[in-house]
Design a protein around this ligand. Structure first.
Ligand code: AQP
Length: 335
């Protein structure tokens, strides 16, 4: 049996990159491998590592939970919970793991460099230690597999590294080394304004991303305004891959249609973006609209979301507590 764990930050609305790179794969996995044990977390303790608004954190946490459910995560098959509801244990394990995390490795984390920017000296310790908390989030459940987008690969590597260090230092084969699962054809969806940058919640321009809450008109408008080049679509992958923006739009189409980029090129080779973009927008609307409307329904009833989050937290805690206890025993703590 696989134990699957993943999460998203309630930093803002989810976008098409979060959906295609992660959430859609979680749903496919839940439905195609019913014997797995699934844990899907809203990582609110990570969300406070960058400036945020405390007045909206609770609402944002419910919105992410609603997005999980609306996209097809079934609370009967998967535990859905807020990280902070098991936060005492996550933070405790993080501290224990911090004692065996090398600073040299943290210094190489690209997410920290991207988010801290030029002002790294002024960045918070939380942002710097983000990968250690993420390692705790995963190892606390002895997750065997972690489905994520490509941008999280480096954080999975350091998690495996920390787990191996623990096992080696304490001479115990205790922690499972989790496998990253980088699934589907859109492992890294790029910005609609710049095909060399990742589509991101925190990018300034809203035109750079399709949010899961965008309505049909917004989706059509954003895709029509997406940056492209003047050439028609090529008929082969090597030529496509030389054109970042065109490649991104074809990748999105392929992922939404659950087909390959080759298949999409076979259909659209030689066509101009004036033909392709409306087709892509129609497909995006067809796939996103049911999620958006289900999310709206769910958010009408926050108590129901809270009940799901409470039940998920109880399941998560039941797995996490004995694991933290065992780690403390192995490390030689009193009691
Ligand atoms: N552009 C993307 N393409 C594919 N997958 C992506 N993911 C994020 N962006 C893309 C995947 O979504 C999951 C949750 O991500 P997160 O909420 O932890 O935040 P993030 O990776 O930091 O994403 P953002 O949108 O860039 O958020 P901000 O701007 O708040 O930092 C992960 O599995 C991630 O791989």
């Amino acid at each position: 049996m696989k134990r699957i764990l993943s999460g998203m930050q309630p930093t803002s609305q989810l976008h098409l990159g979060n959906y295609l790179g992660a959430l859609k794969n979680w749903v496919d996995l839940q439905n195609s491998e019913p014997d797995n044990q699934n844990l899907y977390c809203v990582v609110d303790m990570h969300a406070i590592t960058m400036p945020y608004d405390p007045a909206t954190l609770k609402k944002a946490t419910r919105e992410i939970a609603a997005a999980y459910i609306a996209a097809g995560i079934d609370p009967d098959k998967s535990a859905i919970f807020a990280q902070s509801a098991v936060g005492d244990l996550h933070a405790e394990l993080m501290w224990l793991l911090a004692t065996m995390t090398q600073i040299g490795k943290l210094n190489r984390m690209t997410q920290f460099k991207d988010k801290a920017g030029k002002n790294a000296e002024k960045a918070g310790l939380g942002l710097y230690a983000y990968p250690v908390l993420m390692a705790a989030d995963i190892l606390i459940y002895q997750a065997t597999h972690v489905p994520v987008g490509e941008d999280q690969k480096q954080h999975l590597e350091i998690t495996r590294d920390i787990a191996s260090t623990f096992n080696h230092r304490y001479g115990q084969d205790f922690f499972t080394l989790p496998e990253p699962m980088i699934m589907g054809s859109a492992t890294r969806v790029m910005s609609l304004r710049d095909g060399t940058k990742k589509m991101s919640k925190s990018a300034e321009s809203d035109l750079s991303r399709i949010n899961l809450t965008d309505d049909a008109d917004m989706i059509m408008d954003k895709i029509k305004r997406a940056k492209t080049d003047p050439e028609p679509l090529p008929d082969n992958l090597p030529d496509l891959e030389k054109r970042a923006e065109a490649d991104n739009l074809i990748t999105i189409y392929a992922a939404l249609a659950s087909t390959s980029k080759e298949q999409v090129l076979a259909e659209f080779a030689g066509q101009n973006f004036s033909i392709f973009k409306p087709k892509l927008a129609e497909l995006t609307i067809e796939k996103i609209a049911p999620i958006t409307s289900r999310m709206r329904e769910l958010l009408q009833n926050p108590d129901e979301i809270d009940q799901i989050l409470h039940a998920g937290a109880a399941k998560a805690r039941a797995i996490a507590a004995p694991n933290v206890q065992k780690v403390k025993e192995i490390m030689g703590f009193w009691g």
